[in-house]
Design a binder for this molecule. Structure first.
Ligand SMILES: *Cc1c(COP(=O)(O)O)cnc(C)c1O
Length: 379
């Protein structure tokens, strides 16, 4: 378990301990609140995509908040979920599995799989338990996300219909899944997919048992927070409109579930004469994802004693701490004009695809993770 801080504000922790290494702050109350928001608002089953942040604290918190299903992509992720609680549903939605991985999934009780080609369906053999589900992964050229998940996996509607018919013929419970793209916030992306999924099911002559609408759901990296309830409403309304008998809906947010519950605390190691800054973490550590999905502008700068720097912001080139020249932030950082060496930078919304992919290259990387106290409960 992460060590417990005695207060709820990362700034206090930084001012008291003045760490030279990057610190990730976990806010369990925030995670529980996001899980409950999904459970309350999404018109179907809420599962969590483990890859976004597989830490034990996160899985335990989600189980305690009522999440019963987990999207897993490997035997190692299956083992993490099995350790987190009995009776949790495993959705093995990585559409490429070795035969050994299929066998491990079967042993672990997986009863929901996804496929996007006949050879992967062949690997699954015949259903082992009543209601064992196979979802055909659909891919459309839909815009609205930061990068296109359809590039690697998924079938166009016509071949998806042929595979779906074969899934049903083999006695599996037929389903369709898709992923509109990570950080997708446009309800119309889901609506387009749901309409296409209904057409695919009709073409296959199959009554769809479930429709998995993937992740996306965006997270708050800039500007206003995304309107999750508007996305939920569009998904539910479109499923009712597109199908004669609407299938059970499933979602599998990763990023949107976990991002808000972590804040990354960095320190400014050096400021160069040209104004560029060197941070104590970069693209090989907790900021790895910036290269792929762009900057997170929700940051504040604190003097070493924890007081906020408040001068008008100006852009500076930002570097990470390693000796690799690739370790440079893709966009300038907007930092207050009075920023100084030794200041702390707190970046909110950093729980997804950060700890999960950070390395210790060159001896750097996130050095500490602490759990924040619940506001109002600290001493
Ligand atoms: C990664 C992934 C997710 C989660 O995506 P987010 O953009 O983090 O919500 C959901 N489903 C599948 C199949 C995935 O591969």
């Amino acid at each position: 378990m992460y060590p417990q801080a005695s207060h709820s504000d990362p700034a206090l922790y930084l001012a008291r301990t003045r760490p030279d290494h990057p610190v990730m702050f976990f806010d369990p109350a925030r995670l529980g609140a996001t899980a409950r928001r999904f459970l309350r608002g999404f018109p179907g089953m809420v599962t969590y995509a483990v890859k976004a942040n597989p830490s034990r604290e996160v899985l335990d918190n989600l189980v305690a908040s009522g999440v019963r299903g987990f999207d897993v992509a490997s035997p190692a992720e299956i083992a993490l979920v099995r350790d987190a609680g009995a009776g949790l549903d495993l959705h093995y939605n990585n559409p490429v599995r070795s035969r050994g991985e299929v066998a491990e999934g079967v042993r672990a009780g997986v009863a929901s799989w996804s496929v996007d080609c006949l050879s992967e369906l062949d690997k699954l053999g015949a259903p082992r338990v009543a209601g064992e589900e196979v979802a055909v992964r659909l891919a459309l050229p839909v815009k609205g996300a930061h990068y296109d998940f359809g590039e690697k996996f998924g079938l166009a509607p016509a071949p998806a219909a042929a595979l779906l018919a074969e899934v049903a013929r083999r006695g599996f419970q037929p389903a369709i899944c898709f992923h509109p793209g990570t950080q997708c916030a446009d309800p119309e992306a889901w609506a387009a997919y749901i309409g296409a999924a209904a057409d695919v099911a009709r073409q296959a002559g199959v009554r769809l048992a479930r429709l998995n609408v993937g992740g996306g759901f965006a997270s708050h990296r800039d500007g206003a927070a995304p309107d999750l309830e508007a996305i939920f409403a569009r998904i539910g309304g479109m499923a009712d409109a597109a199908f004669d008998v609407p299938p059970g809906l499933v979602c599998e947010p990763g990023r949107a579930m976990v991002a808000e519950s972590f804040t990354l605390g960095l320190r400014i190691k050096a400021i160069r004469g040209d104004g560029s800054v060197f941070l104590n973490d970069g693209l090989y550590g907790g900021l790895a994802e910036l290269r792929d999905i762009g900057p997170n502008t929700r940051l504040r700068v604190l003097a070493p004693d924890g007081q906020p720097r408040e001068a008008a912001p100006c852009p500076r080139v930002g570097f990470g701490p390693t000796c690799d020249s690739l370790d440079r932030l893709p966009e300038p950082l907007n930092l207050p004009g009075d920023v100084q060496e030794g200041d702390f930078v707190l970046i909110e919304g950093m729980g997804a695809y950060s700890l999960a992919i950070a390395t210790r290259f060159n001896g750097y990387g996130v050095g500490e993770v602490v759990t924040l106290a619940t506001p109002g409960a600290q001493g």
